[in-house]
Design a binder for this molecule. Structure first.
Ligand code: AMP
Length: 542
């Protein structure tokens, strides 16, 4: 018979992370760029005091455990305080993506039944436009002091965050409750249909945050300065605001300016060592660094994910700038990073070409997560590096069902991701495509990601996207959409010739369209559905 363990049953709660760090790393810094410009510095002890003041203020507004509080905000210290105040008091922190269509934003605020909305002044016009459609909200709080409240006008009279917390006690008895309680609500970007809510539990976040600190994941420690460029409104900035408290790392929050020049300046002035973001952010940063002939003095590691990181970028960061790239995969439903490409000691001995090829894949699962790939019948496929099918995932911080859904989202205990992948015998996973993006040509699959990666390797290409266009004979054929680098000359024949040397002949795109920019969605991903709408018609043979 199984014997029960005889250890204490202390719940894994988010308030515990804050109080741990406030006690152990009281003087560690949080550096934060204000939405209106200046950079402010607070200690972890101050952040904790302010979080407790906010918890008191929310209670004063009549909010109860289980109520939802929304944020529409950049990465800054007030947002960080709210992360802890709201979830720590047993309420649900609902982080909203401000780049959602306003109608979708209204939908999620109502679906979540948010009682209070915390917003950055940048989003004041948005708030004014949607406020009268959100009947549950009883207070709109601008994350600023009274001086920087947005100009009056509109139906909503926002409170200033600083006024709200000003006279509140800076002590608060964080309640203790079941670690499976909902802590943070994050909606999917909803490219088709309404966004779906994923309600992360305290347990999932604490386990995830602890794992994220491991040397082979983000490697956070008291010696590191971590800059999450990845937004706190999308998948908790990959859990970094929690992981940094576990590790006692210094946190640098970039505010609203995410262009290459602003990020570079912050990385250098604040001696950032570790960062994380989507590939488009790193493209902008690299362009700025290249144009200015600049170097990184302290940056040593960047985690990148959200969409495939082009190999050409991995090479540049590693070989030219000495910044290690770790390429991860995850989704709203996996609460953060689920797999990550990191190199073992033996991998580091390999020639650069081979190392870059390894990092271009999405890597191995972190402890706590399992993956498999299945065919259309649900049969598990071999881990041979070539059998591709739908990627299934399960683990300690993976969704079980969407918020307010009556039915589980799982199939036989696994979450179907909608991604097409292969898994190699050594466990390294490669995302080949989204089920809806993969191109089926003459009954065979063409990976849009592989083609994009190959095109991005051309020195004149700034960005590449590949979609399937309908074809009378082959069913679908690839169409390449390209953005040239500023000042670069590149024509169709040259890029097709370049690709012909790198991919199978029948993969070479049917046509090339040059654009000034690719449409990018709320989470920094290229909107392929938008491209398909515009360019995905029947191939005319022109
Ligand atoms: P979201 O929930 O909006 O973050 O989107 C998650 C989706 O982004 C995944 O299902 C993948 O299709 C895609 N994705 C995330 N990371 C990667 C990556 N490293 N390479 C390719 N696709 C990725």
């Amino acid at each position: 018979m199984l014997k029960p363990g005889l250890m204490m049953d202390r719940p894994l709660l988010i308030s515990g992370l804050l109080e741990h760090s406030a006690a152990q790393n009281a003087t560690q810094e949080v550096v934060s760029r204000e939405t209106h410009g200046p950079t402010v510095r607070l200690s972890i002890a101050q952040i904790a005091r302010r979080a407790r003041q906010l918890a008191n203020a929310l209670r004063g507004l009549g909010l109860q455990p289980g109520d939802a509080v929304a944020s529409i905000a950049w990465n800054n210290h007030r947002h960080l305080e709210a992360y802890y105040a709201v979830s720590g008091s047993g309420m649900v922190m609902h982080t909203c993506n401000p780049r959602l269509h306003p109608e979708q934003l209204v939908y999620i605020l109502n679906h979540a039944e948010d009682r209070v909305v915390l917003f950055d002044s940048t989003f004041a016009p948005l708030v004014q436009a949607i406020a009268d459609k959100c009947p549950h909200v009883k207070a709109w709080v601008c994350l600023s002091d009274a001086e920087h409240l947005p100009a009056a006008g509109g139906a909503v009279k926002p409170l200033a965050y600083e006024d709200l917390i000003a006279h509140q006690p800076d002590t608060f008895d964080w309640p203790e409750f079941d670690e499976k309680t909902g802590a943070v609500l994050c909606y999917t970007s909803g490219t088709t249909g309404n966004p779906k809510g994923v309600l992360y539990s305290h347990r999932a976040i604490v386990l995830n945050a602890t794992t994220a600190c491991l040397p082979d994941v983000l490697g956070l420690s008291t010696r590191e300065s971590v800059l999450p460029v990845v937004p706190m409104f999308h998948i908790n900035a990959w859990c970094i605001p929690y992981a940094a408290m576990v590790a006692g790392a210094r946190i640098v929050l970039p505010g609203p300016r995410l262009d290459g020049a602003s990020l570079y300046e912050l990385m250098e002035s604040e001696k950032v060592t570790i960062s994380a973001g989507v590939p488009t952010i790193w493209m902008g940063l690299l362009q700025h660094v290249e144009q200015g002939g600049l170097r990184f003095s302290t940056m040593r590691l960047t985690a990148v994910g959200g969409s495939a990181m082009p190999r050409a970028l991995i090479e540049k960061f590693n070989d030219v700038y000495g910044v290690e790239v770790r390429h991860g995969w995850g989704m709203t439903e996996t609460a953060a990073i689920a797999t990550l490409s990191n190199l073992s000691a033996a991998d580091w001995e390999k020639p650069a070409e081979e190392r870059h090829a390894l990092v271009a894949r999405q890597g191995k699962v972190v402890s706590g997560i399992e993956i498999k790939v299945v065919d259309e019948m649900g049969t598990t496929l071999p881990r041979d590096g070539t059998s591709q099918g739908e990627l299934m995932v399960r683990g300690q911080w993976i969704v079980e069902r969407y918020y307010k859904a009556e039915r589980t989202a799982l199939v036989d205990g696994w979450f179907p991701t909608g991604d097409i992948a292969t898994i190699a015998p050594d466990g390294v996973m490669t995302i080949r495509d989204r089920t809806k993006d993969v191109i089926k040509s003459g009954g065979e699959w063409i990976s849009s990601i592989d083609l994009e990666n190959a095109a991005a390797g051309h020195p004149a290409v700034a960005q590449a996207a590949v979609i399937g266009i309908k074809h009378p004979k082959w069913d679908e054929r690839p169409l390449l959409l390209l953005v040239r680098k500023p000042g670069a000359a590149l024509e169709k024949d040259e890029i097709l010739g370049f690709l012909a040397e790198r991919v199978a002949k029948w993969w070479v795109p049917e046509d090339v369209v040059f654009l000034d920019a690719l449409p990018v969605g709320g989470t920094g991903k290229v909107q392929k559905n938008e491209l398909r709408k515009r360019y995905g018609g029947v191939f005319s043979g022109a």
